[in-house]
Design a protein around this ligand. Sequence first.
Ligand SMILES: C[S@@+](CC[C@H](N)C(=O)[O-])C[C@H]1O[C@@H](n2cnc3c(N)ncnc32)[C@H](O)[C@@H]1O
Length: 270
Amino acid sequence: MVRLRRQKIADQADRYYLYQESVQDSEAEIDFIEETWHKLRHRPAKLLREDFCGTLNTACEWVRRDTRHYAIGIDWDCDVLEWGRLNNLEQLDDDQFSRIILLQENVLEAQTESADIVLAMNFSYFLFLERGDLLEYFCAVHDALVDDGVFFLDAYGGYDAPKELIEERECDGFTYIWDQASFNPIDSRMTCHIHFEFSDKSRLDKAFSYDWRLWTLPEIRELLSEAGFAHSTVYWEGTDEESNEGNGVFAPTESGDADPGWICYIVAER
Ligand SMILES: C[S@@+](CC[C@H](N)C(=O)[O-])C[C@H]1O[C@@H](n2cnc3c(N)ncnc32)[C@H](O)[C@@H]1O
């Protein structure tokens, strides 16, 4: 007799799809970038370089927005680029497809045409653990921009950020679980995981894992300045009065609230 095992939802789950659905909001990101660019620069931006592009979701949104938009996506992982090519690039029409380039390279080494905009989103640059490495990356971005180019990056923090904790969020058809598994206050290094859980209680454990350093905003801004950026501005999220949660509207400020968990954009002008 053969004992059959019922297939679990997790067995068929696609971790890149789940990541896009739960973590990314490329439309809101590109809205912010377009509005901010428009306020800072009185000319249209054309070429956007998305560093650590993963599935290329944001680069695809950029080329969809305007027929004058071009994008370069850089990631060193061929699996994620291949997933992005099949699932995101192939959804573009021929004209949009012709305006996007993929590079499987290290962002520290990639040589690209000078871009109007460089993006490093979802805290990807936290993967640089040493001050010298983050400075080298910011110098590489500075070199990769045109004279009036702008670098957009995000950051997170707050008094819950250096804690070992687990947070769950319900998404459409699954639960997203953010696991801050370890934090070392001596070097600020932490290990975080993303797990996914499904309605049949099956799980995709450690679908993504990150060993990174929890950089602070003053450290990041000092390094941007050292790398040659003329200004860096923090865009802080407003609060929805009813829910007391972030409202998705980011405004420039020099003073933020001492929240348990915040995310912000940093806009560095060359
Ligand atoms: C946290 S994911 C970010 C994905 C996407 N940018 C987003 O906004 O969600 C980090 C990505 O950076 C890539 N990566 C890490 N270090 C890299 C490096 N030095 N050069 C190029 N890609 C790198 C990984 O392969 C991974 O796809």
